[in-house]
Design a protein around this ligand. Structure first.
Ligand SMILES: Cc1ncc(COP(=O)(O)O)c(C=O)c1O
Length: 380
């Protein structure tokens, strides 16, 4: 890992390394080049818009889930703006029609509701349907769109071949943090069920959940799957990863505020699992801390916890070579995705600063520091 000069940074802060981000983007751009697919940045996973100018040099556009993301993509990311959500509000459709290039519907009812308005729009908009092959690859239930009872996408028994007039593409999103072997099995299921409709389509969106920038990801297989699919169906393939864009490009740097004892040593930090890294509790998972190990592996073990009132605001148990002291800094890795987009000011605790690091010039830019006004403006 690169040595960062973190002593002058105020904690907590998210530090995004533009060099690492560029490496991910280069890899994704290479997939586009090898396959002619188009890759979109899914803003639900990463939306640090001060880096969008950089991302747009490599990627074809953005994928949004709701109006604010659509606006952000249109304002800051030159390229296509795609929209995919479980349902759309009638009072937001006029705004969407001004801003989006693709809109994906999650049901035939929604498609029927909006298709006339879309056909009257004064800009061309591609319409698609989200399909659900009900083929589960994701083991964590809350992240599996294919589990029984899922509302995400149209299963085959609900599909209406007689209502495809005006539909130019299909979309499926069924993966989460998975390798291309999962995509291979998914494509088999998708084609077995929906294959006969693909030849009527101009494009197919393979969704997100492709962990393309992970070191063990099988990129050759991904490229082969995309190329074969595109050739078989004469369709433009889109991918819309969120996590893979910013995977392993950022850190959350925090400090120890106090150390208390209750059956074990407990470090209270100036960062919170609940407020600043909610996936630690939601997924749940154990983030990596630079220089720390599993409890007991090193000499000094601590439970690390947040400063909120939530008893379960616990990041995990970690061991260190030296005893922790008040004021010590801790560096959590892989904190650029699904953090800034999901964090909250629960308990009135401030959000971490957003800092960009440019390795070419060795400069740190505090891009955003949050204030009381940010907290107050979300309430009334
Ligand atoms: C429709 C859709 N597209 C793309 C994504 C991005 O997925 P990931 O960040 O796992 O790549 C998601 C994530 O939930 C999604 O629901």
């Amino acid at each position: 890992m690169r040595q960062y000069d973190i002593n002058h940074l105020r904690t907590p802060c998210y530090l995004v390394d533009l060099g690492l981000l560029r490496s991910n983007l280069e890899l994704l751009a290479d997939v586009q080049k090898r396959t002619s697919c188009k890759i979109l940045l899914a803003m639900k996973g990463y939306a640090a818009w001060s880096t969008f100018a950089l991302c747009s040099q490599y990627l074809c556009g953005t994928s949004a889930s709701a109006l604010h993301e659509v606006r952000l993509g249109r304002e800051y990311f030159p390229g296509e703006v795609h929209l995919c959500a479980p349902a759309y509000r009638q009072d937001e459709m006029d705004d969407y029609l001004q801003l989006v290039d693709h809109i994906v519907f999650n049901s035939f009812t929604q498609w029927r509701l909006f298709r006339d308005r879309i056909s009257r729009a004064d800009r061309p908009i591609e319409c698609g349907l989200r399909i659900n092959p009900m083929h589960s690859e994701v083991k964590t239930k809350i992240y599996d769109p294919c589990s029984p009872g899922s509302r995400l996408g149209i299963p085959l028994d609900q599909f209406r071949p007689d209502e495809l007039n005006g539909i130019t593409g299909l979309h499926f999103h069924t993966l989460c943090e998975l390798n291309s072997d999962s995509l291979e099995r998914t494509l088999i299921a998708v084609e077995q069920q929906f294959g006969r409709f693909f030849n009527q389509m101009n494009w197919v969106n393979f969704g997100g959940g492709h962990h393309i920038t992970r070191p063990d990801y099988d990129i050759d297989l991904l490229c082969r799957l995309i190329t074969d699919f595109a050739d078989r169906h004469d369709a433009q393939v889109y991918l819309e990863p969120g996590e893979a864009i910013a995977l392993n490009t950022g850190f959350l740097i925090a400090s120890v505020l106090d150390i208390v004892h209750n059956a074990m040593d407990i470090g209270i930090l100036d960062t919170s699992a609940s407020a600043h890294m909610p996936d630690v509790l939601e997924m749940p998972y154990r983030p990596v801390i630079v220089g720390a190990d599993l409890p007991g592996a090193k000499k000094h073990t601590y439970r690390l916890a947040g400063p909120t009132c939530l008893a379960g605001d616990v990041i995990g148990d970690y061991s260190f070579d030296k005893p922790l002291k008040v004021g010590d800094s801790l560096v959590f890795t892989d904190m650029a995705h699904y953090t800034m987009v999901k964090n909250t000011m629960f308990n009135g605790i401030n959000l971490p600063d957003i800092v960009l690091y440019e390795p070419d010039t060795d400069t740190y830019t505090v891009q955003r520091r949050f204030t009381y006004e940010d907290f107050k403006s979300r309430l009334s």
